[in-house]
Design a protein around this ligand. Structure first.
Ligand code: AMP
Ligand code: TRP
Length: 328
C-alpha cells in the first residue's frame, strides 16, 4: 500500500511563489508516488476574521489554482476542510490531550496574537486542528515550507502523548521540506518570509501576477551595495533571488554559480524574472480555463470529500473507542 500524505493551504490572500516553491510544487511532484490528500484549510483561515463572501470565493479559486499547478483530481484528493466534520471532531479529542503550555510556546501564535486586539481561542487551538488534519488520515509524510516545522513537531508530540495515554492510535508524521525554496523571503524585506498578509506592493509575487508585474517587482527587489553577484559577500536579498531562480529552474548549485557569478544586478534580475514568468505563464492559462467552469470545481470538491470521508470517519471511530467515548 502507498504511504499516505497530507498537507494544507489556507484560502486567504493570494497564493504566492513562496507557497509554490515551499509546498505546492512538491505536492505536484509526489502526487503519484503516494496516496495524497490536499486540504484547503478554511477552518484555519477563520482563526483570523475573513469577510464571508470573499472567503467563499477564495476557497473555489484556490481549488482552481491547485489543479492549475498540476494536481490531478483523478489521482489525488483536493478537500475543503470544513466539508469533512471529522476534522473538527478529532481536533476536539486531541485538544483534550494537549497541554496549553505547548500551544502558548508556538512562535506563529505569539506573532499572530501580538497583531490582534483580542485573541480568539481558535488562534491558540490552530496547531491542534492542524495535528487533527494530519492524524485523521494517518499521514506518514507532510510536505510543507519551513515555517510549519514547529507545528509539525507539535503534531508529533500530540500523537505521541495520545498514543501513550490511550494506546497506539496514530501514525507518527514526518516533515518533508524542499531542499531549495523552503523559506522564500519578501522581495522588499529579505529578512522576512514572503507572506500573504504583508501589504507592501513589491513584497510578494502572486501566482496570478501579470508577467509585466512580475518583472517590475523583481527589478525593484532589495539587493545590497555590491554592483554585481559575489557568492562570498552577497546579502539576503540577492541570495533570495538566486534561490527563487534555482527552485523554479531546478538547476544545481554549480549551474547557478556559473550562470550568475559576477553578473551585474540588473542583468541577474532580468534572468530571474524571465525564469519566474516562464514557469507561471502556463499555470495562469490553465487557471483561467479551469475557473471558467465552477460546476467542474464543485464536482471535484464533492467527489474528493466523499472519497476521504470513509477513512476519516474510521479514524474518528477508533479515537472514540480508544478514549472510551460511546460508539454505536
Ligand atoms: P499558508 O499560505 O500559510 O497556508 O501556507 C501554505 C504552505 O506554503 C505551507 O506549507 C507553508 O509552509 C508554505 N509557505 C508559506 N509561505 C512560505 C514562504 N515564504 N516560503 C516557503 N514556503 C512558504
Ligand atoms: N498551517 C498551515 C499553513 O498555514 C496549513 C495547514 C493546515 C497544514 N493543516 C495542515 C499544513 C496540515 C500541513 C498539514 O501553512
Amino acid at each position: 500500500m502507498k504511504a499516505r500524505v497530507f498537507s494544507g493551504i489556507q484560502p486567504t490572500g493570494s497564493p504566492h511563489i513562496g507557497n509554490y516553491l515551499g509546498a505546492l510544487k512538491n505536492w505536484v511532484k509526489i502526487q503519484h508516488e503516494y496516496e495524497c490528500i490536499w486540504g484547503i484549510v478554511d477552518l484555519h483561515a477563520i482563526t483570523i476574521y475573513q469577510k464571508p463572501e470573499e472567503l467563499r470565493q477564495k476557497i473555489v479559486e484556490l481549488a482552481g489554482m491547485l489543479i492549475a499547478i498540476g494536481l490531478d483530481p483523478a489521482h489525488t484528493s483536493i478537500v475543503v476542510q470544513s466539508m469533512i466534520p471529522a476534522h473538527t471532531e478529532l481536533a476536539w479529542m486531541l485538544t483534550c490531550a494537549t497541554p496549553i503550555g505547548w500551544l502558548e510556546r508556538m512562535t506563529q501564535y505569539k506573532s499572530k496574537a501580538q497583531a490582534q486586539e483580542t485573541v480568539g481561542d481558535g488562534l491558540l487551538q490552530y496547531p491542534v486542528l492542524m495535528a487533527a488534519d494530519i492524524l485523521l488520515y494517518q499521514a506518514a509524510i507532510v510536505p510543507v515550507g519551513d515555517d510549519q516545522s514547529q507545528h509539525l513537531e507539535l503534531a508529533r508530540d500530540i500523537a505521541q502523548r495520545f498514543n501513550s495515554m490511550y494506546g497506539e492510535t496514530f501514525v507518527m508524521p514526518a516533515t518533508s521540506l524542499p531542499s531549495v525554496g523552503a523559506r522564500v523571503m519578501g522581495l522588499d524585506e529579505p529578512d522576512k518570509k514572503m507572506s500573504k498578509s504583508s501589504t507592501g506592493p513589491n513584497h510578494a509575487i502572486s501566482l496570478l501576477d501579470d508577467p509585466k508585474v512580475i518583472t517590475k517587482k523583481i527589478m525593484r527587489a532589495t539587493t545590497d551595495s555590491n554592483p554585481a553577484v559575489d557568492f562570498e559577500t552577497m546579502g539576503a536579498g540577492v541570495k533570495n533571488l538566486l534561490a527563487i531562480y534555482q527552485a523554479f529552474t531546478e538547476t544545481s548549485d554549480d549551474h547557478v554559480k556559473a550562470e550568475f557569478d559576477g553578473l551585474r544586478y540588473g542583468d541577474m534580475k532580468k534572468k530571474v524574472a524571465a525564469a519566474v514568468v516562464a514557469a507561471l505563464e502556463p499555470i495562469q492559462v490553465r487557471y483561467r480555463e479551469i475557473t471558467a467552469d465552477p460546476g467542474y470545481l464543485e464536482g471535484v470538491l464533492k467527489a474528493s470529500a466523499e472519497r476521504v470521508s470513509v477513512f476519516a470517519n474510521d479514524t474518528v471511530y477508533k479515537t472514540k473507542r480508544a478514549m472510551g467515548l460511546y460508539t454505536a
